[in-house]
Unconditional design. Structure first.
Length: 265
C-alpha cells in the first residue's frame, strides 16, 4: 500500500516511507528520515535529521523530532534519533538526536508513550514500554528503564538513570539515579519506597514483591556501609532475578548520586 500524503505536506525526495504510511496536513519530513510501515503523522509534524520511526507509531500535531540537539558543543555531526514500534507521541513532543560527546544517538524504544510537551534530550535512552507524562523534561545522557513511569512535570538531571518499573511522582526534580522498582517524590526527589502499585498491576508475584521489600530494607535501612549492604542483599536474596536486577543497577553505578530515602545513609 502506497503512502497517503496530504498535498499540503512536504516530504523530501530522499525520505523513506514504509507501506501504509499516513501523512496528514502541513507536515515536513526531511531527506534522511525513515518511517516504518503504518506510521501516522496526524498533522503539523516536523521530522528532521537522521531519524528513524518504527512501524505503527502515531505522532500528533506540533511534535518536532530529530532537529539539532540543544547542546552548544554540537557541530553538525551526523548523529541519529531512533524511535521504536507502536509508540504514541502526543502534541508538542520534542526529541533530539545524539552528539559526538555522547553515544551519537538518542533511542526511544518500542511501545513508549510520550504525552504532550514531553522532551527527550540528546544521547538519552528511553527503554521499551516507558511512559513520559505531560511536560516531562529529560536532559541529555539520561537512561530510563523499561516500564518506568514519569508523572507530569518531572525533570530529570543529565546523566541520571531511572531503573525498570520505577515511578516518579508529579513535578518531581530528580538529580540522580532512581533504583529499579523505586518510588520517588519531591523537589529535590527522595526515595519513598517501592512502586508496589505498579508491581501488582504488572502481576509480579507475592514472593517477588516480598523479596524486593526485603532487599529494600537491607539496602536502605541498614547501618553497615552501602557496599556491604548490597553484598548482603545479593548473598541472601540474589536468586530472585528482580533482586539481582536491583543489585546490578547499584553495582553498575553512574555519574550521578543515588536517590535515597530522606533518613538513609
Amino acid at each position: 500500500m502506497a503512502a497517503d500524503i496530504h498535498p499540503s505536506s512536504v516530504v523530501a525526495p530522499g525520505a523513506r516511507l514504509g507501506r501504509g504510511v499516513k501523512i496528514g496536513p502541513f507536515c515536513v519530513v526531511g531527506e534522511h528520515v525513515e518511517l516504518g510501515d503504518g506510521v501516522e503523522l496526524v498533522s503539523h509534524v516536523a521530522l528532521a535529521g537522521r531519524t528513524t520511526i518504527g512501524a505503527r507509531t502515531k505522532i500528533y500535531p506540533f511534535a518536532s523530532l530529530g532537529h539539532p540537539p540543544q547542546d552548544l558543543k554540537y557541530r553538525g555531526e551526523e548523529t541519529t534519533l531512533g524511535i521504536g514500534q507502536d509508540c504514541l507521541i502526543r502534541e508538542g513532543v520534542t526529541a533530539n538526536p545524539g552528539t559526538a560527546g555522547g553515544r551519537m544517538e538518542t533511542i526511544i524504544g518500542d511501545r513508549c508513550v510520550l504525552l504532550a510537551q514531553a522532551h527527550v534530550g540528546h544521547d538519552s535512552v528511553i527503554c521499551n514500554d516507558a511512559i513520559l507524562s505531560n511536560n516531562v523534561m529529560i536532559a541529555g545522557h539520561v537512561w530510563i528503564g523499561p516500564f518506568a513511569i514519569l508523572s507530569g512535570g518531572v525533570a530529570v538531571h543529565q546523566f541520571s538513570r531511572v531503573g525498570a518499573h520505577a515511578f516518579i511522582g508529579g513535578v518531581t526534580g530528580l538529580e540522580g539515579d532512581l533504583v529499579p522498582y523505586g518510588l520517588a517524590f519531591g523537589n529535590r526527589a527522595h526515595l519513598a519506597g517501592l512502586n508496589l502499585v505498579g508491581l501488582r498491576r504488572r502481576n509480579f508475584s507475592r514472593e517477588t514483591i516480598a523479596n524486593l521489600q526485603a532487599a529494600y530494607r537491607l539496602i536502605f535501612e541498614g547501618d553497615a556501609p552501602l557496599a556491604s549492604r548490597i553484598d548482603e542483599t545479593e548473598r541472601t536474596l540474589g536468586a530472585d532475578p528482580h533482586v539481582a536486577n536491583l543489585v546490578a543497577f547499584l553495582r553498575e553505578g553512574g555519574d550521578r548520586p543515588l536517590c535515597r530515602p530522606r533518613a538513609a545513609r
